[in-house]
Ligand binder design. Structure first.
Ligand code: SF4
Length: 287
């Protein structure tokens, strides 16, 4: 049997940067992450054991009051946060003098914030190709001025009146590249004034392109990652389109017992928030 691990499997630079930073706070009292740092249950458990707990935005003030007069360290994850929340946090930090914000928003996400902020107005319609309730999408959308819509298909665009306006299309960093291109071409053909920003991050783009090719050449495909992880779900969907025998697993123990039976070529890839040790565990099954 031939086992091929994708070169672009596991932590992306943005996630690695956030995880490494969080681990430097392992011995610092009162450290929290705003939401789950990465969508990976085993890693989140490890963080909790180190005393770093995930909290919601609504809990921040009460935690800050409960630990007074000590300082609270709050790590913002790679997805970023909506503009309003950012403003509230900065005000709270200034007022209390005890809130340290450790902003680990990925630079690729920050660049979407800047695109949305500086290219939108009353004359534009901001079309964000995204998973509408995803935290990154909520943050990205919050920076756009004027009319704005979260879209997931060409059908969604057909329902929006774009006459007399300038359509601005950009995508969530971890969206499906194939779909994005379809939407872009559709708009290009109908609206000569449309402006496009290719904001699927290059790491995601390479990971997806490689996964598609690997799935095409494999009899069975394993996608490793958290079931709540947007980029992992996209990866699974793209691989499944190429290889019917594709499974999505969070760890080695999730792989169905009969999965590789009769398969000659197995491909393995992993989402951006999958730690290396989980990938190694899966590889060990065939050693
Ligand atoms: S997938 Fe891309 S945008 Fe998202 S955290 Fe990783 S490097 Fe940043």
């Amino acid at each position: 049997m031939e086992i091929t691990l994708a070169k672009n499997a596991g932590f992306c630079p943005g996630v690695k940067r956030a995880v490494d930073k969080a681990l430097t706070y392992a011995t610092t009292k009162n450290t929290y992450t705003l939401g789950e740092l990465i969508h990976n249950p085993p890693f989140l458990k490890k963080l909790e054991e180190l005393g770093i707990r995930s909290i919601g935005f609504d809990e921040i003030e009460s935690v800050l009051n409960a630990i007074a007069p000590e300082t609270m360290h709050l790590i913002l994850r790679t997805h970023g946060i909506p503009l309003e929340q950012e403003r509230e946090l900065r005000t709270l930090a200034e007022k209390s003098g005890r809130l340290q914000i450790i902003d680990m928003t990925c630079p690729f996400v920050k660049s979407i914030h800047r695109i949305a902020e500086s290219n939108t107005s009353d004359q534009t319609v901001f079309l964000h190709f995204c998973h509408k309730d995803h935290p990154e999408a909520l943050g990205n959308m919050s920076y756009a001025k004027g009319e704005k819509y979260a879209i997931s298909s060409i059908e969604d665009i057909k329902l929006i009146n774009l006459d007399g306006k300038i359509p601005i299309l950009c995508s969530q960093t971890t969206e499906n590249l194939v779909e994005f291109k379809k939407i872009k071409n559709f708009l290009k053909n109908l609206y000569t004034n449309a402006i496009f920003f290719d904001t699927i991050c290059s790491v995601t783009e390479n990971r997806q392109t490689e996964a598609i090719a690997l799935a095409k050449a494999s009899d069975g495909m394993i996608v490793i990652g958290g079931k709540n992880s947007s980029n992992t779900k996209k990866l699974y969907q793209l691989c499944k389109e190429q290889c019917d025998e594709t499974v999505l697993v969070e760890s080695a123990s999730d792989i169905p017992k009969d999965f590789p039976v009769g398969k000659n070529k197995i491909g393995i890839t992993a989402g951006a928030s999958t730690p290396g040790d989980i990938i190694t565990e899966v590889l060990k099954l065939w050693k």
